[in-house]
Design a binder for this molecule. Structure first.
Ligand code: NAG
Ligand code: NAG
Length: 185
């Protein structure tokens, strides 16, 4: 789930001017874990409407295993302009990488945008490995502008976070659906 969070690739070189002003409405719609309930249980994590204009993620989760480098993480985006389940893969992504490279890389870089709203590991000077098993909570986590680069079109977006093994078999899969409304939409 963190997964969830980690929407930005080290491969992406976007300067901060390219991120949207949140006047653009980012409406979270649904979070769902699809597989891997023997490894993690994120079914308690839900999208809720916080007030008229803000949707948040909130809930309690549990990771049953330490995620070390025998696991890999990736995050991909897909777009649907009409919300009719015709998803087109988007070229930006966090490419599959060993869990601890992810944790000490993109996760660490983007933790300021979510770390105050969760007890997920806080990465400081020292390298952290593995991502430790445990109970994790998320409270009132609203999307930050950095989640949504300006390049992303209005419409429906699906973020897919996957944990796979070294043979590329997907073990855990999370989906986060959201709608981005731009002024001109
Ligand atoms: C998964 O989490 C949900 C919600 O927190 C809980 O109701 C359910 O019992 C949990 N399932 C397992 C297998 O831990
Ligand atoms: C909704 O909540 C967010 C986050 O606390 C806040 O920034 C925003 O001003 C609120 N909007 C309204 C209409 O109350």
């Amino acid at each position: 789930m963190y997964y969830l969070l980690l929407i930005i690739s080290p491969l992406l070189v976007l300067d901060s001017n390219n991120f949207v002003d949140l006047a653009t409405e980012v409406q979270l719609e649904r979070f769902e874990q699809q597989v891997g309930f023997h490894l993690a249980n994120f079914s308690g994590l839900r999208v809720r409407k916080f007030n008229r204009t803000t949707w948040i993620l909130d809930g309690d989760t549990e990771l049953f295993v330490d995620l070390s480098d025998e696991y890999q993480f990736s995050l991909t985006w897909a777009h649907s302009s009409l919300g009719n389940n015709q998803w087109n893969d988007y070229p930006m992504k966090i490419s599959k990488s060993p869990m601890c490279a992810f944790l000490n890389g993109p996760y660490k870089e983007y933790q300021p945008y979510f770390i105050d709203n969760t007890n997920f590991p806080r990465i400081g000077e020292e390298r952290v490995c593995p991502f430790p098993k445990g109970r994790y909570w998320v409270r009132n986590l609203a999307p930050a502008g950095v989640w949504i680069p300006e390049a992303l079109a209005g419409g429906y977006w699906r973020f897919t976070g996957s944990v796979s093994d070294v043979n590329d078999e997907v073990l855990i899969k999370y989906l986060l659906f959201m709608r981005i409304k731009r002024e001109l939409d």
